[in-house]
Design a protein around this ligand. Structure first.
Ligand SMILES: Nc1nc2c(ncn2[C@@H]2O[C@H](COP(=O)(O)OP(=O)(O)OP(=O)(O)O)[C@@H](O)[C@H]2O)c(=O)[nH]1
Ligand SMILES: [Zn+2]
Length: 292
């Protein structure tokens, strides 16, 4: 193709090394990156050189307003770019991992984005235990929405308005049910995109972006197990615990890590139960891991 002008677009799907990109004119094309570059995510705004009518090479990405990482035991990968909000989907049953919730919250705070915790399957009888666990997070100021994706998705809709939200959660919490309820037509759309992108090969989608309306977008990230926090340093980690912030800088040592040091404002606050001792312990275990 002769046309070497760069096109601008939005990454709407990440399939390993292949990306689905929606061009500013609305066309969807399949792209690879230049060289070995793989540090792109759903939600990235990119500049593309077309190589065919429906194919291109991503030359660069625009500056991001936010970036979230996912990780496995070995390394961090990008999860989503330019999101303004994270929707953490939990359910009354099966029981959720509080560890994963905490990691999601830290990732959101570190990225500077808003949080909504959704407790799904509230139509089921057995919700007391999950609700009790979440009271601690409500007390910290996090918004917790009790709902049932089976019965009524409408309480969630206004919270998505004007945001680019990323939906995360462990398997079985009801994420697919929520996406399907929010986007009754998305099945069609997934097929269209995968026909363009898959070219017959079996691929796994890391994430997919859907438009709810002109200003509201939703990124679905299937199979999320872990949140990448390897990129945080110790200062970012302590600030990511929102209830620690009023105490930071008040310890005797200004490089206090709040582990064993004397006159530590955070440890004293935990002793007075102004901060929850379990959250401090959780911070300490992560800090020790980071400092190793
Ligand atoms: N009772 C009840 N069941 C629900 C609700 N939402 C989802 N479920 C059920 O919970 C099960 C898991 O829901 P999915 O939407 O597949 O969960 P998921 O989080 O997408 O899980 P993966 O596909 O494994 O990632 C399914 O059997 C759903 O029908 C709800 O609000 N109430
Ligand atoms: Zn301290």
């Amino acid at each position: 193709m002769k046309n070497q002008e760069l096109q601008h677009g939005l990454v709407i799907a990440a399939y390993g090394k292949r990306y689905g990109v929606e061009l500013d004119d609305g066309r969807e094309i399949s792209c690879v990156t230049r060289g070995k570059k793989t540090d792109l995510a759903c939600g990235d705004r990119v500049n593309i050189k077309l190589t065919d009518t429906a194919e291109g090479v991503i030359e660069s990405n625009d500056t991001r307003t936010s970036l979230l990482y996912r990780s496995n035991a070995f390394r961090s990968k990008l999860l989503a770019a330019n999101v303004t909000q994270i929707i953490i989907v939990l359910a009354t049953t099966p029981s959720f991992y509080e560890e994963l919730l905490n990691r999601c919250l830290l990732a959101a705070e570190a990225a500077g984005i808003e949080v909504v915790i959704v407790l799904n399957k509230c139509d089921l009888g057995d919700k007391q235990e999950a609700m009790a666990k979440l009271q601690r997070y409500e007390a910290l100021g996090y918004r917790v929405l009790h709902m049932s994706a089976h019965e009524d998705i409408s309480p969630l809709r206004p919270l998505l308005q004007g945001h680019t939200s990323v939906l995360v959660g462990q398997s079985g919490m009801g994420k697919s049910t929520i996406v399907n309820a929010l986007l009754p037509g998305q099945q069609v759309r997934t097929q269209e995109v995968s026909q363009v992108l898959d070219s017959g090969k079996h691929t796994t989608t890391a994430a997919h972006l859907y438009h709810l309306d002109a200003d509201s977008h939703l990124i679905d990230s299937p199979g999320l197990q872990e949140f990448g926090l390897h990129h945080l340093d110790i200062e970012a980690l302590e600030r990511a615990f929102i209830e620690f912030r009023p105490y930071l800088g008040k310890c005797r040592f200004n490089n206090c890590r709040h582990l064993q040091e004397p006159d530590c404002a955070l440890r004293e606050a935990a002793e007075r139960h102004e901060i929850h001792p379990e959250r401090l312990q959780y911070y300490q275990s992560m800090a020790q891991e980071l400092l190793r």
